[in-house]
Structure formats: C-alpha cells, structure tokens
Write a protein that binds this ligand. Structure first.
Ligand SMILES: Cc1cc2nc3c(=O)[nH]c(=O)nc-3n(C[C@H](O)[C@H](O)[C@H](O)COP(=O)(O)OP(=O)(O)OC[C@H]3O[C@@H](n4cnc5c(N)ncnc54)[C@H](O)[C@@H]3O)c2cc1C
Length: 478
C-alpha cells in the first residue's frame, strides 16, 4: 500500500537511484523508489528477470548493480513502486504519479526529500525515412531483446556515434541475431586521438577492446566515418543509403552505398533527463562536456538550487553507470550529513573518508564524461546538411524546411520556435526532438544556449497520459 507521504522519494531506479536507496537504508527513513519500468535497474540492468541476469558482461558495474538490487529487495524500509511514472512535481514536493496498472487514475505523493535519478535519453540525428517502422533507437532495440525477448529483425544495421552501438552489436550476436553492419560517424583517427586520455581509464579501455574483439569474431562489417543519408521501404524499413563523411562531417559526394537489412538502429549519444527538475525550478546549466543541459548541484551535497530536491546520475551530467553509482551514494550521504545522521566518532571518520574518496572518484568520472560526450558529439555539418523534407518533430510533423524558414524569420530560440512551428508541442513533449532542435538552432544561429532550453519549460504531464487520469488525481486524494 503506497502512502501519501514518504520522508525520502527517489525517482528512477537505475544505478544512481539504487545506490542512493541502499546508502540511505537503515537510517530511520521510509524510502519510496518510483520507476516507470516493470523491474528496477534502469537502462544498464534492464532484463526480463532481474534476479537471473544471465550472461557474462565485460562491465563490472553490472554485477555491482545486481547486488544492489538483491540487497534492496530485502530492505524493510524501502518500498518500490514499479510501472509508475512521475508526471510532474507540484509545489511542496508533491508528485503527480500515474500508475500503469490503473491507467485512468493519478496519485499525489508528497516527498520530505526528493532525489531525481531520472537518467538520460538518446539523441537522434533525423534523416529522411527515420520515422519508418523498422527504424528505431539503439535503446529501443535493447528493450526489445532484454525486456520482450525478441530481436529487432533477423539482421540489423547499427549506425550513429554512440558507445552503445558496440554494446548492441554484441547483444544482437549473443541472442542469435545478425549485424548487417556498423556505420560509425567517427573513424579510427578520431578515436585514437582519445587514447592518451583513456590510459587513466583502463577498465573502459579493456571493455572497448573486448567489444572490438567481439565485432571481429562476429565478422561485423564496420563502416568508419559513415552516416545514414536515407532510409526507404514500402511501409517498412528495407534499405538505407550510407555515405562517407570527411573530418568536418560533410558528406563526400559519390561515396553513397545501399545496404538492406530488416531493421536500422541509430543513436548519437545521450541527453540528461532534466524536465522534472526544470519544472520544480531547479537551476540548470549548459555543459556540452556533460551532454548538454544538466541540473546544477551547486552544493557538494548534491542538492539542487531548490532546497530538499537532490539530483544524482545522468541528470547532473551524462557519464555512464559508474558516475551514476557514485553520485547516488554521494547524494544519499549528503542527506545523512545534513540530517545529522553521521555515525559518531570512529564511524564518523570512516564516513568522512568514504565521502572524500567518492568525491575524488566522481571527479575522475567527470573527466571520463568529457571524453564520452566529445566522442559522441556531432560536427555542425551533420545539422546543416539535414535535407528540408526531413521530419524533425515527428508528433507535429514539423520539417527541417519549416525550422530553417522560421529561424530566418527571427524565431531563433527554442521557445519562440516552438510557438511558431509547434515543434516539441506534441505527444512526446519534445523528449525526442528537443535536444536535436536545440542543436539545430545553435548551429544555424549565433545564439548561445543561455537559459534552460530557453523557455521550453517542461509542463505537467511530462509523459503522455490519458486526460481522465489527470482529472482523477483530485478525487483520489480526497
Ligand atoms: C536507452 C538507453 C540505453 C542504455 N543502455 C546502456 C547499456 O546497455 N550499457 C551501459 O553501460 N549504459 C547504457 N546506457 C547508459 C546508462 O544510462 C548509464 O550507463 C547509467 O546506467 C545511468 O544510470 P542512471 O541511474 O543515472 O539512469 P538510468 O539507468 O537511466 O535510470 C533512470 C531510471 O529512471 C526512470 N525514469 C525516468 N523518468 C521517470 C519518470 N518521470 N517517472 C518514473 N521513472 C522515470 C527511467 O525509466 C530509468 O529506469 C543506456 C542509456 C540509455 C538512455
């Protein structure tokens, strides 16, 4: 039975949320974790059965994560609310929560303290045909396999600039699928430039080596410095045209080639999920090295600019599972510290030493985040060469041509462009087109992204929900 008030509510049960809950557990709080998925674990630990993860992984964070899940399941002070989406944060840290098991209703839950551990989303680079059935994000292909137990198709072409491409290729091969090719925006030279830096992150280097070996053993055709130009098919994806790009990201004419596959998966890095924080009034900052707009946590306690609201993991900067795990623990320790729950004397010393150690590790992970986000970032030419007919906002059918025209007319911030074109006003509330529209504006204008997505404030509900559910929330809370 979910109660109307919890001293601690954590939104998101990925590495950050799990780590925060485990650190807070046993300290006299009743803790509620809300996550929209069937199982806790977030993006990294997504599985059909969280207790039987199966399969070896080169990523040590996975076994740490599954251990956290096991511990959390036996903790008496932690309540998990799966299949529940937080649609908005109302004043006084009241959360509007929609449960998928009762889709026509919403609940209000008040949080004493709130930790936003909402993760990140994938970035896209639109091209003609990207809305065809059979074209999907890398994460969507992972969900099909890990959650539903089906392959995206018998053979899948993978494209983009994301480190997830190799992870997905290995997962497809392990599940009996074929990889029709891997078209990478970046070439060996681009990647080699990062090698000196990566010597300080050798576990990641080893992981990269393992995935490269897997590609070689699986005889995956790799196409470096290559971009998807179009996707076509009669009602469903069948063929893609790829082309080589030069070091500045411009398409090299005459290099086009056609590849046929059952599915095309694409991904271009990640953007932090910050809309709940923006809605609550938390200060944001534009940090390309952390994936774009992030929630700022000016105090070392991971508290945002709004008292009582903390942020951990990807919303504070895209940096991978280890950063999220460390952030979650530090945010929890920040709460313990401000509540005076630090154990006395000898134990306090250990607490302080662990916190200092984690802070140093967090700095190290921020350096890795810089590498990760530079590696996935696209050159300006990737945006300037998007053809006019390409859909940018799929919900409201706004094309690149519409956006170009409106920008020339002076609608050159996300807020005014949204009003002029309806870009980002549809069902997904800009979750898909938002980051790419901001990049297009940045590249086509000399504007500095100088305010939280300049007016594209996230309103309630941040996720699509039946209108009846919103109307019901007052009734349910009487
Ligand atoms: C699609 C996708 C796939 C990824 N796959 C991998 C992978 O295979 N390997 C890897 O190393 N890294 C992967 N990553 C990167 C991954 O995000 C990080 O490595 C790390 O696990 C992030 O941990 P986190 O706790 O910060 O966020 P997450 O693991 O993303 O957890 C956040 C959780 O919050 C939930 N949530 C968000 N908003 C709401 C809301 N309003 N209401 C309720 N719940 C909400 C999300 O559903 C999610 O379960 C992936 C990222 C994405 C976006």
């Amino acid at each position: 039975m979910i109660r109307p008030f919890y001293p601690i509510v954590i939104i998101g049960a990925g590495m950050a949320g799990l780590a925060a809950a485990n650190t807070l557990s046993g300290n006299g709080y009743e803790i509620l974790i809300i996550d929209e998925n069937d199982h806790i674990g977030g993006q990294l630990l997504r599985t059909r059965d969280p207790i039987q993860p199966g399969g070896w992984s080169p990523d040590p964070m996975k076994s740490i994560g599954f251990d956290l899940i096991k511990r959390l399941k036996t903790a008496k002070d932690i309540t998990v609310m799966p299949r529940a989406e937080v649609l908005g944060i109302l004043p006084d840290r009241r959360l509007l929560v929609h449960t998928m098991d009762r889709p026509d209703t919403c609940k209000e839950i008040r949080a004493g303290r709130l930790i936003l551990a909402t993760g990140a989303r994938e970035r896209y680079l639109p091209f003609p045909g990207w809305t065809l059935p059979g074209v999907m994000s890398l994460g969507a292909a992972q969900i099909l396999m890990k959650h539903h137990g089906v392959l995206p198709a018998a053979d899948t072409l993978i494209a983009g600039s994301s480190p997830l491409m190799m992870v997905l290729a290995a997962e497809l091969l392990a599940n009996g699928g074929k990889v029709a090719g891997l078209a990478d925006e970046k070439g060996m030279k681009d990647k080699a430039a990062f090698l000196p830096f990566l010597r300080h992150h050798w576990p990641k280097l080893l992981e990269g080596g393992w995935y490269t070996g897997r590609m070689i053993m699986g005889r995956v055709n790799q196409y470096p410095r290559t971009r998807v130009i179009t996707a076509t098919g009669n009602g469903r994806f069948k063929t893609t045209v790829l082309a080589s790009i030069d070091p500045k990201g411009r398409i090299i004419p005459g290099t086009e080639m056609e590849i046929q596959a059952g599915a095309l998966t694409v991904g271009y890095g990640f953007a932090p999920n910050i809309e709940l924080g923006v809605q609550a009034g938390c200060r944001t900052g534009y940090k390309p090295s952390l994936g774009g707009w992030v929630l700022e946590t000016p105090h070392s306690r991971y508290e945002t600019s709004v008292p009582g609201i903390y942020a951990a993991g990807e919303p504070t900067g895209v940096g991978g599972a280890k950063k999220s795990w460390i952030d979650g623990r530090l945010a929890a320790m920040g709460i313990l510290k401000s509540d005076g729950k630090v154990p006395a004397a000898r134990h306090k010393q250990r607490f302080d030493a662990t916190r200092a150690h984690l802070r140093r590790q967090a700095e190290h992970q921020l350096a890795y985040a810089g590498f990760l986000n530079r590696l996935t970032a696209l050159p300006d030419a990737a945006y300037t060469t998007i053809p006019d007919e390409t859909l940018i906002c799929r919900c409201e059918a706004v094309t690149m041509g519409d956006i170009r025209k409106r920008i020339t007319q002076g609608f050159d911030t996300p807020a005014v462009l949204k009003k002029a074109t309806r870009c980002g006003m549809g069902r997904c509330q800009g979750r898909i087109c938002g980051p790419v529209t901001q990049d297009i504006i940045r590249v086509l204008t000399a504007n500095k992204p100088d305010a939280p997505a300049t007016g594209t404030r996230a309103r309630v509900p941040v996720k699509p929900v039946p209108a009846a559910a919103l109307f019901s929330s007052k009734e349910n809370n009487r």
